[in-house]
Write a protein of this length. Structure first.
Length: 270
């Protein structure tokens, strides 16, 4: 199966150790999909600094297709964070660096290439909302990670274009999460999925509710766990069509990623 992450890439700078790791929702999806055996590609915008070179090396080492990525003059995206008791704590970021001023519309002339992918995944940090209607016309599924800082009223209009919409709801009650997922499906997404930290994951398909408990591990670093869950869930579901099995696959892979430093390793000093 061919899959692609379209949108954000960053380096995650661990200030307490002065080590940085490649990351970003869309980029993590591409890397995790490759780790799970899919034919994987990434499409996004890089700066021209050494942080961008770091991310590009990581993708090349995993044979991830980046043929149509753009590289422009300026600072690559980064986030500054630290770890407290295995949990990530974000400090600040440069809001995507060069991606703030460079439109993602450059991806649209590559429709013929993009239509070969069974799954296209993107995120709220990818500055890609304007391109969703066109991406939704492609044969593959379109999935979107709204992360944890979404505004419901802004998220719902985007759901009409999506096959799968993901939300991080660790700080919301079960009742609030259920209400959100119902609204997401009513707004047009085929599937609505919420990750709830230690409470596991919840999925609504318009008729049925599914729950998945997390795999119990002592985490080294939870960075990327949500992206890992999304990736393994989507690949399993697209291949097998079994929601319960896909949720279980997501939980298992997320636990595995929690045992790595950074989103998937490849750290270097800065």
């Amino acid at each position: 199966m061919k899959v692609i992450g379209v949108g954000d890439n960053v380096v995650d700078k661990y200030e307490h150790r002065r080590v940085r790791y490649p990351g970003g929702n869309a980029l993590n999806f591409s890397v995790y999909a490759a780790m799970l055996g899919a034919e994987s590609a990434y499409l996004g915008i890089f700066g021209d600094d050494n942080a961008a070179e770091h991310v590009q090396r990581a993708l090349a080492a995993r044979s991830i297709d980046t043929r149509y990525c753009r590289q422009v003059a300026g600072e690559n995206g980064y986030a500054r964070l630290t770890i407290q008791q295995g949990e990530r704590v974000f400090l600040d970021s440069n809001l995507g660096g060069v991606r703030q001023t460079e439109s993602m519309a450059f991806i649209l002339p590559h429709r013929d290439w993009l239509q070969d992918f069974s799954l296209i995944h993107t995120s709220s940090y990818s500055y890609i909302d304007e391109q969703l209607p066109e991406l939704a016309q492609l044969p593959g599924w379109l999935s979107y990670d709204f992360s944890d800082d979404f505004v419901t009223e802004q998220a719902l209009p985007l759901c009409r274009w999506l096959d799968a919409a993901f939300f991080s709801c660790a700080d919301r009650s079960l009742e609030e999460t259920r209400e959100l997922l119902v609204k997401v499906v009513e707004a047009g997404s085929r599937y609505a999925i919420a990750t709830r930290g230690a409470e596991g994951a919840l999925l609504f398909d318009g008729k049925n509710w599914y729950q998945q408990a997390p795999e119990a591990v002592i985490p080294i670093d939870t960075l990327g766990a949500g992206d890992a869950f999304i990736t393994a869930f989507l690949l399993s579901f697209r291949q097998q069509g079994d929601i319960a099995a896909a949720l279980h696959a997501g939980a298992q892979f997320a636990a595995k990623i929690c045992l790595l430093e950074g989103a998937f390793g490849d750290g270097e000093a800065y």
